[in-house]
Design a protein around this ligand. Structure first.
Ligand code: FAD
Length: 407
């Protein structure tokens, strides 16, 4: 039976789209042999900027390079993206502007910035435009079943059946592809909910990404255009529910207090969204002719702003191993190739996920003796050039083995 496509990506979120484009541009698989399915595929950016999306990402320098390689960066940078030049992290037990805050400065590292704050919808639309320019088909369809044959996988969406050599599951944390392919995932609830909103502040944000560990969670202020900031306020779910239901003025006062007044008076400038938080890791990222990327493979706590950054590295790494396979005339769905991707990215993701988890348990919410030592150790990290360098290299995505698109 004939093969319809070499590669089918399920999910046109930022990670699925990036994977499809990098595979078509860099892995030697023609774009006419790559297809992306999504229930609601995003539209490319039009002449008018899209409405503001409250879901924003702090994109690392490595992510910038990957998105450049995917031909999406120019559009992202031109649509309300805001570079951040500093990161300031401190614990509720120390004052915000005292010497004990941990500060990372782009200038200290000889870089122009540490990354860029960009909206999820802008990322998706810019990548949808790049996919269209590359000639990749973006199809509106919900995948409901999958049949694994020896030489192909059949994807089923309603009456439609599509035979492909490789399926990439990029369909988010509740991945249907993961479930249909029989891949299990370990999931742990953090018992926290992140509140996301846009605010204005009395004092300028100074192009700084601010983060305060609270004792019961974490609060981040990420700089946006026009003196606005995006907040990600991760607190126990019962408190989050109360904060979401409370009047804006009460919410603003509690927010100011949790932020220790670091940017003065705060005013809500949008609705408030909520994201229940959990950690997830698929037991395996690959099986016969199926590979998982993005939230389908792993979900981390947002406190370090690393989820999408790690996942863009996954997408680029998968394109690299497929490129090597194509060069040696291997079948792109061959498990031997896919295992290479899993070995490469799983180790890195597990390391980061464990570290982020430890930040949450010790720095954000810890109360015991060990947590106290970790919290008091933060200023030490700030004073040690080596420790600082190790932290910042991870945050910028320049540590570890980098895929070609991120170099
Ligand atoms: C509060 C919060 C703050 C965050 N902040 C940051 C940050 O600062 N920096 C960072 O790097 N990361 C951050 N993240 C993480 C980031 O949001 C995720 O890593 C990223 O959104 C995952 O993208 P994805 O493409 O894997 O999945 P998604 O964006 O969920 O896309 C999945 C797509 O699959 C489609 N789909 C699903 N099922 C099917 C099906 N059966 N058939 C067809 N299509 C299907 C959906 O329609 C959707 O378009 C944050 C996360 C949260 C919750």
């Amino acid at each position: 039976m004939s093969i319809d496509y070499d590669v089918a990506v399920v999910g046109a979120g930022p990670i699925g789209l990036a994977a499809a484009i990098l595979i078509a541009r860099q892995a030697g698989i023609p774009s006419s042999r790559v297809v992306v399915f999504d229930r609601h595929p995003p539209e490319p950016l039009g002449t008018n900027p899209p409405p503001m999306d409250l879901r924003v990402f702090a994109l690392s320098r490595a992510s910038e390079k990957i998105l450049r390689a995917a031909d999406a960066w120019t559009d992202i940078a031109a649509t309300r993206a805001e570079p951040f030049e500093r990161m300031q992290v401190w614990h509720a037990d120390v004052p915000p502007h005292g010497g004990d805050a941990l500060v990372f400065d782009a200038a200290e590292l000889g870089e122009r910035n540490l990354g860029v704050i960009a909206e999820n919808a802008v990322l998706q639309a810019a990548l949808a435009g790049a996919a269209r320019r590359a000639g990749i088909a973006l199809v509106a369809a919900e995948i409901t079943a999958l049949e694994q044959e020896r030489d192909a996988v059949v994807l089923i969406a309603g009456e439609r059946r599509v035979r492909v050599k490789l399926v990439i599951g990029a369909d988010g944390a509740q991945s249907r592809v993961r479930e249909l392919a029989g891949l299990k995932a370990a999931r742990a609830d953090y018992g926290q909910t992140a509140i996301v909103a846009m605010v204005s502040t009395a004092r300028p944000h100074e192009h700084t990404a601010w983060q305060r560990f609270l004792g019961d969670g974490t609060l981040a202020f990420l700089p946006l255009k026009d003196a606005h900031s995006s907040i990600v306020w991760s607190v126990p779910t019962a408190r989050a529910e109360r904060l979401l239901a409370t009047a804006p003025e009460v919410f603003e006062r509690e927010l100011e207090s949790d932020f220790d007044g670091a940017l003065g008076k705060v005013k809500l400038a949008s609705e408030r969204l909520k994201f229940p938080l959990w950690r997830l890791s698929a037991d395996a990222y690959v099986t016969a002719r199926v590979a998982l990327v993005g939230d389908a493979a792993h979900v981390v706590h947002p406190l370090a702003g690393q989820g999408a950054n790690l996942e863009l590295l996954d997408a680029a790494a998968l394109a690299d191993v497929l490129a090597e396979g194509v060069k040696s005339r291997e079948d792109p769905g061959a498990e031997r190739i896919l295992r290479r991707y899993e070995r490469w990215r799983r180790a890195e993701n597990d390391l980061m996920s464990g570290a982020i988890d430890a930040f949450d348990r010790l720095l954000a919410r810890g109360t015991g003796r060990i947590a106290g030592i970790a919290q008091r150790g933060m200023p030490w990290v700030g004073r040690s050039t080596l420790a600082k360098r190790l932290f910042i290299e991870r945050a910028m995505g320049t540590a570890g083995e980098l895929p070609a698109a991120a170099r």
